[in-house]
Design a binder for this molecule. Sequence first.
Ligand SMILES: [Zn+2]
Ligand SMILES: [Zn+2]
Ligand SMILES: [Zn+2]
Ligand SMILES: [Zn+2]
Ligand SMILES: [Zn+2]
Ligand SMILES: [Zn+2]
Ligand SMILES: [Zn+2]
Ligand SMILES: [Zn+2]
Length: 671
Amino acid sequence: MGTSLGSLGDFFPDKDIRCRIRGCNNVWQFSGADALHNVAQGKSTRPDRMCDECFAEFSKLTDKQVVCSTAECTHTWNWNRFAQLEAAKQGHTTPPRGFCEACKANLKKIKDAEVPCRMKGCERTWTWRKRDQMLSEDGKSPVRFCETCFGHLKRLQDVAVTCRMHGCDKTWHWNRYQQLEHIVAGKNIETHPKRMCQACFDTFKTLQDQNVPCKIDECKRTWVFNRYDQLEYKLKNGDESELPSKMCHECYRFFLDSRDRQLPCVVRGCRHTWTYTRSSQLHDWLNKRGRPGPRMCEECQKQLKELTPQDVECMVPGCSKTWSHPPEDQLRDQRQGKREPTAKRCPGCEEFLQANKPKEIPCEHCAKPIHWSSYEQLLCSLETFVKPTRCTACAGQELAMERPPERFHADHHLIVRMPPNGPWQKDDRISHWPPHLTYDVIGNVEKADVRIVAFGDDLTVSAESVEKSWPFLLEKALNEALGEKLKVAVVNAGIRRCTSRQAVQRFARDVAPFRPDLILFSFAFGDSLLRLNHRTEQWSPNIAHDEVGEAQESLFKKLSSTPAKLLYWTTNPVFPEDELGEKPSEMLRRWVRAQEATRDHCLRDTRHLCVTHNIPTLDLRSRFEVNGVRSAKRWMADWYMHNDTGGQNIATWFAQHILNGELLPKQTPKD
Ligand SMILES: [Zn+2]
Ligand SMILES: [Zn+2]
Ligand SMILES: [Zn+2]
Ligand SMILES: [Zn+2]
Ligand SMILES: [Zn+2]
Ligand SMILES: [Zn+2]
Ligand SMILES: [Zn+2]
Ligand SMILES: [Zn+2]
């Protein structure tokens, strides 16, 4: 070692070193000489790198036995001077927590534990160190936030949030912990929860749900005015405000579910509507009225006010009185496009029909009862009809008796010659003979004493089978009434869809050759028919409107020029609306109106012609309708054609009229 002494200073240089005692800021100077001295002495009583001051204190201290920190452990551990000095330098006066040797051994055996975060809804954990576990007095884990929650809490600040009630601008306090709960629940911190302020909540607690009557008068139900709504209502309207007026739930539901509806105007033919409002629907519903009463549209109501009742002539022949056409009916006619009101009887005539029931009057000859209808009684009272005195049988016999027998013998030799050529050949519809005209009929005519021709359209054809057609039945009725002595033949010269113009063209074939004593004629149907195409819903007139007048005029002239007696008859009524199905289109409804109007027009013109040509009329239409339209329909097969019973009636009425009306030839023998 001696060889190296000269260079000792190189091994132990002077140094400034910080005191080793934590908490002490002194510097300890360690010189090379000291180091050498220490080495030379072979001892080191002072701990290394301790300042003088610390060493002074250190020298005064002695090791202490301190009780183990583990709860209920009575063992001790050694708190040495060094540690005591350090604790003192750091300002501690009491010993730190420490463990006895046994407990230290235990500590090695246990592990850190993961404890759930105290925050409700948080699924994270915090770490409970094993040392802290040892220190726990009861062994239970403390209640603590996880690191994340703790991080949030440090950032959060209590805030004031505006009260949720509309109309309240007070606030409530939202503290950090509530905010944390909000975040943990996954909600956005920017979205504040909706809560009442304290004042609102205090009022809320004093309130109770209330039942308030429905605002609709007829409704006996109530609606629930809940506490919450009451509070809001108070905030808005003040404490003393009246209860709000509201519908009950049912009424409100009804109101919500319903819509204003457009209902058709009650006036027939009017296409407008009126508005059935939701509130009217609600009132009707509450009053248990199923459907609203019929009502007029606004246009109709307005127009109705401008109309005044009109006097219209009675339809009964010979009656000069009028009936009052009320504004409502005028309006309906206007809407249906009718220019003239439907023919009607005056109240006087109606009264007469009511007061005078059909009678049985005895025949002057045989005393058998004669049926004298109310309508005939009416016509008699108006002097347009002669009161019957004889039954059909007696009347017929009388006629037969009155005839000079020679006349009939002469007539038996009538030869009917049907002209082979004529204008009818150019027209397909009339080029063939009338369907019920056969050689049998011609043979019958040649043998007959009295010849009648029924000249007309579909309503004269009358039925598919001859036996059911009214001309055939008329012939039968007349022959039964007149007996064997006087043979009557009725020729059915009806052709379907035949117009007055076509009648003129075929007159030479279908009427003239029979040299009739009486012609029963009517082309009202053929002249007024508007042929309807159901597929296209279009129609066309059977004869052009501007040709009808002229055609009728020339037919009347032609008929008047013959020696035959003439009888015009108004056919059975027609009901074009019966031709339509369910829910007809507007086009079809228009056809009905047009068909009715055309027919009315046609009948008026013919009536006028009958008057100017002095031709009597048999009004079958009003006989059909004598008990109303409904009863008339019982005699109809379709919208324009009578059925078998209708045909039978027509035959009977013709027979009565002919027998009582002096329409058969009497004294005057034929040429
Ligand atoms: Zn020190
Ligand atoms: Zn211990
Ligand atoms: Zn947490
Ligand atoms: Zn409030
Ligand atoms: Zn209600
Ligand atoms: Zn209307
Ligand atoms: Zn009258
Ligand atoms: Zn009689």
